[in-house]
Design a protein around this ligand. Structure first.
Ligand code: M6R
Length: 578
């Protein structure tokens, strides 16, 4: 996680960097800081908390060479001393770092002459660099050979050198349209500032001068790199509510519509040039994207294609047997998630057929997989994924129809689904009632179980309530022991064929004193239940319908508890470290 933005220009680079950091805040918001050069001295300003605090502190400041950072704490508590940038002990070099130096403890013990001012791995790195021989580039390259782990780094020296480099973590550089150069963790920062950009590959480095960027490999040899064209980024949100999360939930209908239109108009499936017969599909993802992958697997199985789903962090170190005849789909809103990217690299190296399902043009995952199924959810800012999840589920459903040969035949029905898409909110009384329970469980079967998983993740992520989801048939294999009068069980029921089975499970819960809240489109009457009625829709697409009120449940609960739902504690939007 963490975001880097660094700039050298004749304009006020402080402002450019702070603006860039604001766009990178989704990568972490524990602390922020900048270093800049003034009269051959490096000056550093840091603040704990969001970028707005840094913005206040740097108000009125002007500098041409600036490196900036927004932090998601990995090593060292959320304190000013651990905020980036980090200065070397000689005060000659300042560094911003995204990634993790895994062997920092061993390196630190070797640097016995250094008085460390922070608890971070990054400060070890900057001192390691400073103690190497040569110019800033050479020092950086030498030191990079000694570190294990991941890094995207921007460095400045008191002589005005500006060098960047990376391994595993993303880094992009560009000439700015109004003059000057910039390095950043996300291409989005360059939107409207540059028309082209360069993507650094692992163990590539760049020396940035105001009108020139030179690239080097790990041996310090100059290399030539081709630039890429900036793709247009969508507006952040067409709907403006108090929180990004609310705007983004309310955008779901529009983005489903755009996604469907684009899939019909742009021949996206045909352009993938996939083999005629796909014998197996394996989906790999993290978090919410993993949940959409679970639904995707159900859809592919209905299209008679065997499908399996893997949590990326498990897959990458597991003993999975790869299948040359299978298609590997990597699902990710950001296209930057470290574990998902690592899995894509493994599969690509082993020459598997890879496909990225992402919501971010130009993202790293797209570059690895080359073949892309885009979602058109527009930029998602809130840490809790909502509209992007619905779009992922929808695209996986459309893809399953395409593989089954039914996509074009069902055009009218699909358009009808989107046109009739109804938002179900949850009333405040019900939210208040939910918040009176000490233990909250989400249950369901099949597709509804996936909705239970996703609803539970949403609630815990932004309310810090300890809740979890379980397949309702699994309850009596252990979890039922937890049920008592302090328990609320939120049951999702949208699939006719398993309706009666679920109701039997609910009776077992009631018999143990648990309270039921039924989230269903069926008319199931029980005066003891709290109920949240869903509109009817196509059964296979009910997960997109039923998640909406549960997203609202999480949002409203978070607000009632006095939290900021857009920026939950301890989390960041993009998980770029493993
Ligand atoms: O960008 P990705 O889709 O790869 O992110 C994966 C997860 O980190 C993400 O879905 C996370 O679980 C969300 N914060 C959940 O709302």
């Amino acid at each position: 996680m963490c975001g880097i933005c660094a700039c050298l220009s004749k304009q006020n680079s402080v402002q450019l960097v702070v603006d860039g950091l604001k766009k990178l805040e989704y990568r972490g918001y524990d602390s922020a800081g900048i270093s800049y050069l003034e009269n051959n001295e490096i000056r550093t300003i840091k603040t704990v908390g969001e970028i707005c605090h840094l913005e206040e502190k740097v108000n009125g400041l002007f500098a041409n060479l600036v490196i900036g950072h927004t932090r998601w704490a990995t090593h060292g508590a959320v304190e000013e001393k651990n905020a980036h940038p980090h200065l070397s002990m000689s005060n000659k070099i300042s560094l911003v770092h995204n990634g993790i130096i895994e062997n920092y403890k061993a390196l630190k013990s070797e640097l016995s002459t250094i008085n460390f001012r922070s608890d971070t791995d990054s400060e070890v790195f900057v001192n390691l660099i400073d103690l190497e021989e040569g110019d800033l580039l050479q020092k950086f390259i030498h030191a990079s050979k000694k570190v294990q782990g991941s890094f995207a780094v921007a460095l400045i020296s008191d002589k005005g050198d500006f060098v960047v480099g990376k391994r595993e973590s993303p880094l992009y550089v560009a000439h700015l349209s109004d003059g000057g150069v910039m390095a950043t963790s996300d291409v989005y920062v360059l939107n409207n500032l540059a028309t082209n950009f360069f993507t650094l590959k692992d163990d590539e480095f760049a020396v940035l001068k105001e009108n020139e960027i030179s690239f080097y490999n790990k041996n310090g040899e100059k290399i030539h790199k081709k630039c890429e064209k900036m793709q247009k980024f969508d507006k952040i949100s067409a709907i403006f509510e108090k929180t990004h999360m609310k705007s983004e939930i309310l955008e779901t209908k529009n983005v489903l519509k755009t996604t469907l239109e684009n899939y019909f108009n742009q021949n996206i499936f045909e352009n993938l040039n996939l083999p005629k017969k796909i014998k197996e599909i394996n989906l790999i993802a993290c978090g919410t994207a993993y949940h959409s992958a679970l639904l995707g697997a159900e859809y592919f199985k209905r299209a008679s294609i065997p499908a399996h789903v893997y949590v990326a962090s498990e897959f990458r170190y597991g003993n999975e047997i790869l299948n040359k005849n299978a298609l590997y789909i990597f699902v990710s809103q950001s296209g930057e998630t470290a574990d998902t990217i690592a899995c894509a690299k493994i599969c690509k190296e082993k020459k598997m057929k890879c496909l990225a399902l992402t919501n971010t043009p130009n993202c790293f995952l797209n570059q690895i997989c080359k073949k892309v199924l885009p979602t058109f959810a527009g930029r998602e800012i809130a840490v809790a994924s909502t509209k992007a999840y619905s779009c992922q589920v929808f695209v996986l459903f459309l893809f399953s129809l395409y593989l089954k040969g039914e996509f074009y035949q069902l055009k009218n029905l699909l358009e009808e689904f989107v046109a009739d898409f109804k938002f179900t909110d949850i009333n405040d009384k019900l939210v208040d009632e939910v918040l009176t329970y000490k233990k909250i469980f989400f249950v369901g079967r099949e597709e509804d179980y996936v909705t239970a998983l996703e609803a539970s993740l949403k609630l815990k992520e932004i309310t810090y309530i300890n809740c979890f989801a379980i397949a309702s048939g699994e309850l009596k294999h252990g979890t039922l022991a937890l049920i008592d009068k302090n328990s609320l069980v939120i049951a999702i029921c949208t699939q006719e064929k398993i309706k009666d089975k679920l109701i039997s499970n609910l009776e077992e819960i009631e018999a143990r004193g648990g309270k039921i809240m039924l989230v269903s489109n069926f008319d199931i009457r029980d005066e003891n239940y709290l109920t949240l009625k869903l509109p009817n829709s196509f059964p296979l697409l009910m997960p997109i319908v039923s998640i909406i009120p549960l997203q609202f449940l999480a949002l409203k609960s978070s607000e009632k508890l006095g939290y900021n739902p857009d920026k939950p504690r301890n989390l960041a939007k993009s998980v770029t470290v493993e």
